[in-house]
Write a protein that binds this ligand. Sequence first.
Ligand code: GSH
Length: 208
Amino acid sequence: MIELYTWNTPNGQKIPIFLEEAEIPYTLHPVNIGKGEQHNPDFLKINPNGKIPAIVDTEGSDGQSISIFESGAILLYLADKVKKLIPADPQGRAAALEWLFFQVGGVGPMFGQLGFFKRSQPPNEPAIERYTKETKRLLAVLEGELAQREFLAGEYSIADIAHYGWLRGLERLEIPLDEAPNVKRWLDTLTARPAVERAMQKLKDAAA
Ligand SMILES: N[C@@H](CCC(=O)N[C@@H](CS)C(=O)NCC(=O)O)C(=O)O
């Protein structure tokens, strides 16, 4: 059984989407980051970095319980465990990992900073300009890739799941997808997947 600690944010959406897609049973434990619950001592035992998402797999490889934090590490652990949503051939696997790391090292931090500075008062114009420019650059990279194939690593994988919440949130950051029609097509495809719908609904319900 997977114990999932998360909240309805772009990083927090990744793991429930994976679990729904892979049809793995799980219990969702909401960690309300708006109320600071990520700093509770019990949660810090699972993620000393005090951020969602995190999981506890009560049936690790040696039968022991294992806890994991960092969304990229969790996605990779689960994909390898159930052999789903990661290409089996070495080349496809490398492509999935490339785009997974691109997301956790680039898209997440840059889009995240843009969101932070857009909400900050007084406005910090140089920061908004810097992160807007970098967000648009990363979006153009993704557009170039998705113009060539349906999904980031060829087949639907953890690389796509990792990007979903971040790309979905771009309109709110006033970055329209008009100039990224392939990203828009990809986003609509993922949004229409029943597993994605279920995950998003469960997150909403958990936050209600
Ligand atoms: N690199 C981490 C980032 C996790 C992260 O930044 N989570 C945010 C929500 S999207 C969070 O927990 N924020 C609360 C805080 O920073 O106190 C991952 O990919 O898991």
